[in-house]
Design a protein around this ligand. Structure first.
Ligand code: F6R
Ligand code: ZN
Length: 190
């Protein structure tokens, strides 16, 4: 019911890349141990600085059937070795829950991986791009540009996040920079 909602509009602050009155989650390099393929480059980068890689501010207005949650993500530019800064990546706890990503600024890619078959797809995300992430699909975002990548993600309230399944084996593909351009490789071949 309408009266249950104290706030329906949240300000999207383009400068801080945050939503007001939302729950913020920050991820630093130290929290992404095991995500990058080059563990030596990871240890070296971490010894230099525990950099902030990304932040998500999430709004979870209601939790019933049919409700929606959404978040504004900002993923900063950078690399560990030749691998672009990335999000941890996850499946939804409710596996059939899909999601829509709306790119706002910057340039990046989404790595999608079918949980059942391991089939991978790389989709561009950033200014002017909207990506549909089907259910049963692990998803990770990479910043391939030189400015912050910002995006909205909108998903069913019951989607939830399952980080464990993907953390156990990591994504099968890795996006690295080679001769100045992003190239998708098999993790196993690195
Ligand atoms: C929500 C969603 C995004 C991510 C965000 C950070 O379902 O996909 O809002 O949560 O891009 O990535 P993770 O959650 O993988 O650290
Ligand atoms: Zn998601």
């Amino acid at each position: 019911m309408l009266k249950d909602f104290s706030i329906l509009t949240h300000a999207y602050d383009a400068t801080s890349a945050q939503l007001d009155d939302a729950t913020a989650t920050e991820r630093r390099l130290s929290q992404l141990r095991g995500c990058f393929s080059d563990s030596e480059a990871y240890d070296e980068a971490l010894a230099r600085e525990d950099s902030l890689l990304y932040r998500v501010t999430a709004v979870e207005p209601a939790h019933g059937n049919g409700d929606l949650h959404y978040g504004l993500g900002v993923l900063y530019p950078g690399k560990v070795g030749s691998e672009y800064y990335l999000t941890k990546g996850h499946l939804h706890r409710t596996r059939e829950a899909a999601e829509v990503y709306i790119g706002l600024t910057g340039e990046g890619m989404m790595l999608l991986e079918d949980e059942a078959t391991g089939e991978s797809r790389l989709e561009p995300i950033g200014e002017g791009k909207v990506v549909y992430v089907p259910g049963h699909t692990a998803h990770r975002t990479m910043n391939t540009g030189s400015t912050p990548l910002t995006y909205f993600g909108v998903y069913p309230a019951n989607a939830g996040h399952d980080y464990g399944a993907i953390a156990d084996r990591n994504f099968l593909k890795v996006l690295i920079e080679e001769n100045g351009i992003p190239v998708l490789k098999d993790r196993i071949s690195l």
